[in-house]
Design a protein around this ligand. Structure first.
Ligand code: ARG
Length: 580
């Protein structure tokens, strides 16, 4: 049997066609969970406008045109034209039973499998990752996990900034420090200092600046010694990136790195192809593509610069080569770029040029998965008290420390080893949930107390809900109760009904997050599920249920909830400990 909400939607679509003709077959039935009944459909209002009829009339015609009898006990038209559905309890019970038997918890397989190329994290070499990088890493990783679980093929691309003019000064600075011969600057915390010092010298010392420029030429010409030094810088940075990835628990591996440097050999031919296609023209000495529709503030055509006046290739050229590579070589069908909102125009232009060049054509699509900034309490970019950008390492370490302090506060005599194991799961989970639960396109305020709170829309709250269910299971086991008996799930109490309905929404929540690329929808769903569980647990004793079949049924509901929470958190990259 189909999950009831989808089944209702399908029935409604058929009914609309029957009542008003096939031209309305594509209408969105707008079915959602409802306070007044189990589900409600809001399609009548929109249809009424197109049909120039009253919404209630439209609703009545739709209801009359389909047989909801196998699925629903009651179908009612309410208010301006809402259609309210109350499921047959047997349909609900069958739905939950099917869910319990399904490894995938009701997540449907995709109609067609995408080859998703997802560009995320993508920090810059010789610069420390800062809090701005946390968003792309966390959001990108959650999306990669969700898409993979659904059954798409996911290719991660860590487009690290490992090429370009800054490397001239960085290499020269490395040499000045004698770092060419020694282990170099392997102390990760010094990366920012290293970059800053190189920059200061570059600005103050013309002789150094000159050497730096020559070094860029050597680098681009593939000089062996220069490449060796460059590789040293990249290696130090990668150590730093992966120490962060490990703390964060993200799925990026060294094999996912395909940095800007890897496109170096493709830049000239990418430019040549754009020229051959008649798309790129020399303008003021630079090779540019003017894509229709892009203008600057003065209303003049805005170029995407493929090759600069000095013959060098920049960020845009690299992204054009990467787009070409991702479509023509990797054969991606859905390209995702998880990059901050300020780069929206850059990607719009790169995609437009890709379309003009024929690299990007339907059904292949490219999407900029944009996100807003992380703000401090003062609603400005998050800064340290001293006014510096917050280093990601210190942020993550602080999260773990705070989580551990909270565990001490709650249980001063608890086992320190247990605490040490739990603290990273809670602290990092809190950061991730706080980041993911906000609509990504908006800025959000970073607030330790709020994200670590045991109540409300937080990582710890969801983790507690999950751990609490496992504590019920432990008590059951102590009492010799065997879970997972043959008994069926029976839905009697309103709180059981509400929980069962919530559980049935799991597949939809996951699919929805993947289609819209909005992880906050899955976050919201998991919170609603935890709240429904909590209400159920309060109203319906589990181990002290009135009789054995009821107890087993409730235990089965608990089991299903624990699975949904653990799976959902895992898709967000958040751990779900069984004890807290
Ligand atoms: N390294 C860039 C930055 O830190 C992000 C790169 C994003 N990906 C891309 N294909 N442009 O801003």
């Amino acid at each position: 049997m189909k999950e009831p909400q989808s089944a209702l939607a399908a029935l409604l679509r058929t009914a609309v066609t029957a009542a008003f003709g096939a031209e309305h077959a594509g209408v969105d039935p707008m079915v959602r969970r409802s306070e007044r009944a189990d589900y409600q459909a809001d399609l009548a209002m929109g249809l009424a406008k197109t049909l120039r009829q009253s919404p209630r009339q439209v609703a009545a015609a739709v209801v009359a045109a389909a047989d909801f009898g196998s699925l629903c006990d009651r179908v009612e038209i309410a208010g301006p034209g809402f259609i309210n559905f109350t499921l047959k309890t047997s349909a609900l019970e069958q739905g939950v039973a099917a869910l319990a038997a399904d490894e995938r918890l009701g997540v449907p397989r995709p109609a067609s499998v995408d080859r998703v190329v997802i560009d995320y994290s993508s920090p810059n070499v010789a610069k420390e990752m800062h809090v701005g990088h946390v968003r792309t890493t966390i959001i990108g990783d959650a999306l990669a996990r969700v898409l993979e679980f659904i059954g798409h093929e996911v290719i991660r691309q860590n487009h690290i900034g490992d090429w370009g003019t800054p490397f001239g000064m960085l290499i020269e600075h490395l040499l000045d420090l004698g770092g060419g011969e020694t282990r170099g600057h392997s102390s990760l915390g010094e990366l920012n200092e290293f970059y800053r010092a190189a920059r200061v010298k570059f600005d103050a010392d013309p002789e150094f600046a000159d050497r730096a420029r020559q070094r860029v030429v050597l680098l681009q010409a593939g000089d062996t010694r220069t490449l060796e030094l460059w590789r040293k810088l990249v290696a130090i940075s990668e150590l730093h990136f992966f120490s962060i990835y490990e703390k964060l628990g993200v799925t990026l591996s060294p094999a996912d790195i395909r940095g800007e440097s890897s496109y170096n050999s493709m830049l000239a031919e990418t430019a040549a192809e754009l020229e051959r296609l008649g798309l790129a023209k020399i303008n003021d000495g630079a090779l540019c593509v003017f894509a229709p529709g892009f203008v600057n503030r003065e209303g003049e055509p805005l170029p995407l610069i493929v090759r600069k006046q000095d013959g060098g290739f920049g960020y845009a050229a690299t992204d054009l080569a990467a787009l070409r590579y991702r479509t023509q070589t990797l054969h991606g069908t859905r390209l995702l770029y998880v990059v901050g909102a300020p780069q929206a125009q850059h990607f719009a232009m790169v995609f437009a040029v890709g379309e003009l060049a024929g690299w990007l054509k339907p059904p292949v699509r490219a999407e900029h998965v944009a996100f807003g900034a992380v703000l401090g309490a003062d609603k400005k970019m998050l800064k340290t008290r001293a006014g510096d950008t917050v280093r990601l390492v210190s942020l993550l370490d602080e999260a773990v420390e705070r989580a551990e302090a909270e565990l001490v506060r709650r249980e001063p005599n608890g086992d320190p080893a247990v605490r040490r194991a739990l603290a990273p799961q809670i602290g990092i989970g809190a950061i991730k949930y706080a980041d993911l639960s906000n609509d990504r396109i908006k800025d959000y305020v970073f607030d330790w107390d709020r994200m670590l709170a045991a109540e409300g829309r937080t990582g710890p709250y969801l983790q507690y809900a999950h751990a609490r269910i496992h504590s019920i299971f432990r008590k059951a086991a102590e009492g010799g109760i065997v879970r997972g008996g043959a008994g069926a799930i029976v839905v009697v109490e309103p709180a059981e009904r509400a929980l069962a309905l919530e559980l049935l929404g799991f597949g939809r929540a996951v699919t929805d997050a993947a289609e819209t690329l909005h992880p906050h929808r899955l976050c919201g769903y998991l919170y609603d599920l935890a709240v429904a569980f909590s209400a159920f647990f309060e109203a319906c004793p589990v181990l002290r249920a009135p009789d054995e079949p009821t107890r087993d049924s409730r235990l089965a509901l608990c089991g299903l909830t624990a699975r949904a929470l653990a799976r959902g958190l895992d898709l967000l990259g958040i751990q779900a400990p069984e004890r807290m």
